[in-house]
Design a protein. Structure first.
Length: 90
């Protein structure tokens, strides 16, 4: 199995390997599935600079606030949309 890596440059550019797909994305959060689990990236003015699923490569720019791994792949997009709605109501 290939090694997975994540690099963050000055909290402004994030490079992530082993990306299988991106489930949801807006300027404040991104949910992606990796070969082994999922990941949530939050911040401000997030932008997908590069997404190459053949290579499994994702590059995100913007102000990166947090990165959190999840044990499961994101399967329910409705669950994600409920979380976004709850954040916007605050």
């Amino acid at each position: 199995m290939d090694n997975h890596y994540i690099t963050i440059e000055n909290r402004e550019k994030l490079t992530l390997s082993q990306v299988a797909d991106v489930d949801a994305f807006d300027e404040e959060s991104l949910w992606a599935n990796l070969k082994d689990g999922g990941i949530e990236i939050t911040g401000e003015q997030l932008n997908i600079e590069k997404l190459d699923l053949a290579e499994g490569m994702l590059v995100v720019t913007g102000k990166i606030s947090s990165v959190a791994y999840t044990d499961r792949r994101i399967k329910e997009k409705g669950r994600f949309l409920k979380k976004i709605s709850a954040r916007q109501e605050k």
